[in-house]
Every structure is written in C-alpha cells, then in structure tokens.
Design a protein around this ligand. Structure first.
Ligand SMILES: [Zn+2]
Length: 203
C-alpha cells in the first residue's frame, strides 16, 4: 500500500465524489432522482481501487447545522445525521478522515481517504493539494455525484493542476441532463477523457 512516505509505488488515484445517503437515496435531503442506481457501480470501483492498491479519495459534504451552502441548497449532509454517511457498500475497511480545516498531513497508510468539505468545491479543503503531492498522484479516475456540481469541481480542478483526468460515465449522476451534457463537453474540450467502468476493469 502506498503511503505518504513511499509515494512512488502508484500514481493513479480514484476519486469518489459525494456518494452520500442524502444525495443517493430517495429519502435523502438532496436526492437526485435515480441516483441510487449507480451505487453498485460506485462500490465496484471503490473496491477495484483497493485491489489495485490505488488510493481512493472519497469526498464528503460534512456541514455544520448552519452552512453557507444552505443559502442556496436545502440543508443536507449535516455531521451526525444518517444522510451525511456513505452507503456501507462504498466504504473500505481501511480508511482515514481528513477534515476541511488545515492540518499537518499524517502518514497515509489507509486505502480510503475520506476528504471532508463544507463547500461544493473539494479544493476548498486546504489539505487536498498537499495530499495529492504527498501521494505523487498524476492520474485521476473520477466518479460520483452530482455531475454538473461537485463532480465538475473535481474533474476540472484536477485538470487545472496538470493531472490526467478520466471520468467514468456510468458512475456519475446529475440533476439536469442538459447541464451534465454541457459539463462533459467542456471537460473533453479541456483534455479530459471519458470511459466506462467496464473499460477500467479491463485496464
Ligand atoms: Zn454540501
């Protein structure tokens, strides 16, 4: 397993974006219709990352009861609620949580890194860039929800850091099909690649 002190063993990381109960399940606070259908695929990809020894970065909204986001969105993913948690099938046994306040990055031996955030953009977590650098991540496989919001921030933001980014088209879900299509077009125009879970499994 790669660690922060031994980063050269892998350069490929999987990014599982906001696959939390509030977004995925019909009873969730910010449910995207049909999103529960991608949960088995998310679970497959997360466990594939583990089998290949690739770091898995699972971002999560981890909001306090009063959050800036709630001026725009219904309250969701409040710490301590069931809706903030991830479906059990998307969790790996070996995991560590990194908060959205700046910390001295610990040595990362865990397979799943839960990266918390209090805004849509995962790059608002000041620990993300140091983490990417510490693990020497150059290739990124991205999936999760929602395509035109948090997935977009992940995919475009990682491209902006100069890394290779691949988006898994059968493991993302949107609110607006039109906005999601526009996002994918813009992503490809910037050099991003689209592929399917089946293609990753055959890599
Ligand atoms: Zn949120």
């Amino acid at each position: 397993m790669p660690t922060a002190s031994n980063p050269a063993r892998t350069t490929h990381a999987f990014f599982d974006i906001d696959t939390q109960i509030d977004f995925l399940f019909p009873a969730g606070a910010l449910y995207a219709r049909g999103a529960e259908q991608i949960i088995p695929t998310i679970a497959t990809l997360n466990h594939l990352a583990a089998r290949r020894g690739c770091p898995l970065i699972s971002t999560t909204c981890a909001h306090p009861e009063v959050a800036e986001e709630f001026k725009v969105w219904p309250p969701h993913c409040i710490v301590g609620t069931l809706g903030q948690t991830k479906p059990a099938s998307t969790l790996l046994d070996s995991r560590i949580t990194i908060p959205y306040t700046a910390i001295a990055l610990p040595g990362i031996a865990a397979q799943q890194i839960i990266l918390e955030k209090n805004e849509l953009d995962l790059f608002t977590n000041p620990n993300l860039i140091p983490l990417l650098d510490a693990l020497n991540i150059t290739d990124c496989t991205v999936y999760g929800v929602l395509t035109e919001y948090c997935v977009q921030h992940a995919a475009m933001g990682l491209l902006s850091t100069g890394r290779r980014v691949r988006l898994v088209t059968d493991a993302i879900h949107h609110l607006s099909a039109i906005a999601a299509e526009e996002m994918l077009t813009a992503f490809k125009a910037r050099g991003g690649e689209l592929l399917t879970t089946a293609a990753i499994a055959m890599d």
